[in-house]
Design a binder for this molecule. Structure first.
Ligand code: HEC
Ligand code: HEC
Length: 247
């Protein structure tokens, strides 16, 4: 729940900033501020463009934790670069490359990706570990996914995924409408170490999920995602509820 609220706030802030960002009391930039294109410092670029959703240190954000060494062992530079450039359709992850309609040059995207690797990769954290494949290699089965859910997830997320004592709902239509299947897969593999959610090895101590179980549980989660028209409606009404709740 906290994560979802944080995600809505992040989207709201991103929209606010896109429309000018001049909050009352905020001084206008000094005239000697460098052209945005000329900034190449990866830390500055990351904090200006990514930290709002992915967290200042790549953790504790609403969006997947780019600072998790397990995540960085799982994902290739090509994927990091391509997602940062093109975004993920239908989610808050927008396209950042100028040629995709964003604000960053190719050199800036490269700098962010290099910075993420340099600051947060830690190969020793996964030494000797066989990682699942980043992307699904075949189709998932919803029925088997339900079994996998009951085995690996229900202890925390409750019967049917609607929330339990240790973690919130993961079948909420508004949540599922804002995350892709790959986004779900990434989370199932890496967990959210920053929020105490276990990775694929540790849901049940001593029993890592197989690649097929991961694929199946994602198919089961995705089967709760509403179809398109309802999906838009759900997102709108739940965003209204959230902003109403914040006032
Ligand atoms: C030991 C408890 C535990 C187990 C087991 C567990 N989770 Fe979680 N999960 C958490 C916690 C804690 C969070 C973060 C807080 C929250 O969302 O309630 C979380 C968050 C999530 C999220 C939302 C993360 C985000 O950033 O959007 C998803 C999706 C998720 N879990 C899926 C699963 C699936 C699928 C399984 C089984 C394969 C599973 N979890 C097993 C504790 C657990
Ligand atoms: C407004 C919020 C927001 C901002 C800002 C943002 N992201 Fe994201 N990002 C997301 C969300 C949400 C996802 C999950 C998308 C999905 O469902 O697949 C995501 C996913 C990603 C992923 C893929 C995770 C995976 O599944 O492997 C990468 C890589 C990524 N973002 C990099 C970046 C970088 C680099 C920046 C800054 C240039 C950035 N993001 C800025 C919200 C954001």
């Amino acid at each position: 729940m906290m994560l979802r609220l944080a995600l809505f706030c992040a989207i709201a802030c991103a929209l606010l900033c896109a429309s000018g960002c001049w909050l009352p009391g905020k001084p206008a930039p000094a005239p000697e501020v460098p052209r945005p294109d000329s900034v190449l410092d990866s830390k500055v670029l990351y904090s200006q463009n990514c930290a709002g959703c992915h967290g200042a240190n790549g953790t504790h954000g609403a969006a997947p934790p780019l600072g998790d060494p397990v995540y960085l062992a799982l994902v290739s530079d090509d994927t990091l670069r391509s997602v940062a450039s093109k975004g993920r359709n239908g989610t808050a992850m927008s396209a950042f490359a100028q040629k995709e309609g964003g604000m960053l040059t190719e050199a800036q995207v490269d700098s962010i990706v290099r910075g993420i690797r340099q600051r947060w990769s830690n190969p020793s954290a996964v030494a000797g570990v066989t990682l699942p494949a980043y992307a699904a290699t075949g189709a998932g089965d919803v029925q088997r996914g339900e079994t996998a859910y009951n085995t690996f997830c229900a202890s925390c997320h409750g019967a049917g995924g609607t929330g339990g004592a240790k973690a919130g709902s993961i079948v909420d239509p508004a949540y599922l409408s804002l995350i892709t299947d790959q986004g779900l897969r990434t989370i199932v593999i890496t967990g959210r170490p920053d929020f105490g959610a276990p990775d694929w090895r540790n849901n049940v101590p001593g029993r890592a999920m197989t690649g097929q179980e991961i694929t199946d549980v994602v198919a089961w989660l995705a089967s709760h995602r509403p179809a398109s028209p309802a999906r838009r409606q759900n997102v709108a009404s739940s965003a209204a509820t959230v902003s109403g709740g914040l006032q």
